[in-house]
Design a binder for this molecule. Sequence first.
Ligand code: ATR
Length: 273
Amino acid sequence: PARFALFGHPVAQSLSPQIHAAFARQLSIPLQYTAIDATAEAFADLLARFAAQGGGGANVTLPLKQQATALCGSLGDGARRSGAVNTLVRNDGGWHGENTDGRGLVRDLTERHRLDLRQRRTLLIGAGGAARGVAPALLDAGIGDLFVVNRTPERTDALADALGEPGRVHPRYMDDLKAMGEFDLIVHATSATRSGSLPSLPMSLIGTRATAVDLNYGDSAIPFLAWARAAGAHDAIDGLGMLVEQAAESFRLWHGRRPATDEVYAELRQRHA
Ligand code: ATR
C-alpha cells in the first residue's frame, strides 16, 4: 500500500493515524499512515528518507508547519498566504505544500455547527503555525475585521503582514486586550494550554452571541473553553471537528476523493469528550 505519515514533535498521542485508517476503510483505499516523531532539527532528513522510501504524502503538525514551507517546491494558495503547511503532496521528485487547517475549521464551524461567520468581528490568539494555517480561510469565509494577538509581538506583525489585507487585519498587543471591546468569534490558537497555561484574557472580550473556538482538543482545550463559558460565550467549540475535517481535505488531495466525516467524528467524540 501507498505510504503516508504525520511529522511532528510530539506525535505519539496524535489521532491522525486512526482518522486516516478509518477514511481508507470507508473508501476501500489501501494505505499505510504512520506517525513519525521529528524535531525541527531532524525534520528535513526524516522527510527526505520518507520520500526515498516511497512516501506519497504527509501531514505536518507542530512545531514544523512553518519550517515545512521551505521544503516544498510549490505551495497552494492557503499555504502561501499563511506561510504554514500541514499537508505535503508528492510530485515529480519534490513536495507540493498545502494547508487544509483553515478549510477544515471553516467547514466544521459552518456545516457541523451551522454557524454563519460572515461579518463576525474576530480575535485570533496566537501567531504560530496553527494560527497562520486558519487565518486565510477565516478571511475567505467572510468574517469582519480580524484582530491578532500573540505573546511575541514580532510574530503577530509577521502574520498580519503575510495576510496582506491591512485594512481588515489588525495586529495588537496582548496588553491591549482589555480595551479591545467585544468579539463575535474568538479563536484560541496557541499551544500554551498543552503545557498547562492560558494567556490571561479579560471576560469583556466575549460578546453576547460570541463563538469561542479552541484549535486544540482534549485536555488542552479545557482551560480556554472553560474561560469562554464562564465569560458567557454562546458556543464553545474544541478542535476535534476541525481535526477530522482537515484530515478529510488532506485525504482528498492525496486520493482524489473526500471521505464522509460524521461517523469518524462521532466515534472520536465519544472517546475524547
Ligand atoms: P502551533 O503549530 O501549535 O501554532 P507553534 O508554531 O510552535 O505551534 O506556535 C505556538 C503558539 O503558541 C505561538 O503563538 C506561541 O506564542 P509565541 O509566538 O510568543 O511563542 C504560543 N504560545 C506557546 N506557549 C505560550 C504561552 N505559555 N503563553 C502564550 N502563548 C504561548
